[in-house]
Write a protein that binds this ligand. Structure first.
Ligand code: IPM
Ligand code: MN
Length: 349
């Protein structure tokens, strides 16, 4: 029995999560697995009403679940940073979800903004470190509010944190078994402390994986190649900040935020799966947002829970819908409503 903690969240989060759960239900019937789901109301909405974010007792409760399914959190009425730190980052850090896994896969060439790129050209995975770096929130102001103000923001990288991420990426690359090429994406030419450590650990761990070919690229060059030669990539490992940035670009070349999903993974704990787009306030309640990213997140979650066949079938159904039905992946332009797209995926499952 899989116990799923569902966090619909803010904005369009609840709408896309409803479609994801619809597909989950259909997959459970078809593939014969059992699950129970419970909703948790962590959100910007709740914060505005009660002042509550995610606290330690919430974390203890969530630790009893097999996985977490998250819609989106963020409310434009709340000052930037509060919900991010108090809900999303709190969950990632407190549950030690130290990997952010983001597949970049083009399902339909018509939705790719790059000229002449086919699905086989855009099919790689970014392994983003998800617990350290600039996201650690370390730093300080000096002489705040004066002309001499200094703002310091520290990138915090531990040997253990870097190593577990790099090791995960090597294992993942080996298992994925595509071209078995792992690229370290960093900035060794400027960030000479952090990326010296990353490079040394990468080279050391690489010795244990002679079957995996390794490469290095600076993050700026990586963004260039995402656009020019995305077919070069298989698995990319990078730190939290660079991973955040390059995966938004990755989402665009795979067709947009409407289709991009990710997993916050703790390989020995509770992982959390989400569409990587935000709460899209302007589309809220209109039944126009694309639920495919949220549905893909369910597919990833099921694979992670060992329901490999069901996960793959969901992806296959999404590919069919993206190829044979939708006019666009963008909100309001799909040619179908949010709920109709969910129904189409169920029909194709
Ligand atoms: C993401 C988001 C988050 C991040 C924000 C909302 C804190 O952009 O999941 O990529 O920066 O990690
Ligand atoms: Mn991001």
């Amino acid at each position: 029995m899989h116990k799923i903690a569902v966090i619909p969240g803010d904005g369009t989060g609840p709408e896309v999560v409803a479609e994801g759960m619809k597909v989950m239900e259909a997959a459970a019937k078809k593939f014969g697995f059992k699950y129970e789901a419970k909703d948790f109301d962590f959100s910007g909405q709740r914060y505005l009403k009660t002042g509550k974010l995610v606290d330690d007792s919430d974390i203890e409760e969530l630790k009893k679940y097999s996985a977490i399914y998250l819609g989106a959190v963020g409310d434009p009425r709340v000052k930037p940073g509060i919900i991010e730190a108090g809900v999303l980052l709190k969950l990632r850090f407190a549950l030690d979800q130290y990997i952010n896994l983001r597949p970049v896969k083009l399902y339909n060439a018509a939705f790719c903004p790059l000229k002449a790129k086919q699905p086989q050209d855009i099919d790689f995975v970014v392994v983003r470190e998800n617990s350290e770096g600039l996201y650690k929130g370390m730093g300080e102001f000096k002489a705040k509010g004066t002309k001499d103000e200094v703002a310091i923001q520290i990138s915090y990288n531990t040997r253990k944190g870097v190593e577990r991420c790099i090791r995960y990426a090597f294992e993942y690359c080996r298992k994925r078994n595509k071209t078995k090429k792992l690229l370290l994406c960093g900035k060794t030419n400027v960030l000479t402390y952090a990326w010296d450590l990353w490079q040394r650990v990468f080279n050391e761990v690489a010795k244990e994986y002679p079957d995996v070919a390794t490469d290095y690229a600076h993050v700026d060059a990586t963004t260039m190649w995402f656009v020019k030669n995305p077919e070069w990539f298989d698995v990319i490992v990078t730190d939290n900040m660079f991973g955040d940035i390059i995966t938004d670009l990755g989402a665009m070349i795979q067709g947009g935020l409407g289709i991009a999903a990710g997993g916050n993974i703790n390989p020995r704990g509770v992982s959390m799966f989400e569409p990587i787009g935000g709460s899209a306030p302007k589309y809220t309640g209109k039944n126009v947002i694309n639920p495919l990213a949220a549905i893909c997140a369910v597919g990833m979650m099921l694979e992670n829970l060992g329901e490999i066949e069901a996960g793959k079938a969901i992806e296959a159904a999404v590919i069919k819908v993206a190829n044979n039905k939708l006019k666009s992946l963008a909100a309001g332009k799909m040619g179908y409503s949010t709920t109709e797209v969910g129904d189409l995926v169920v029909k194709n499952l």
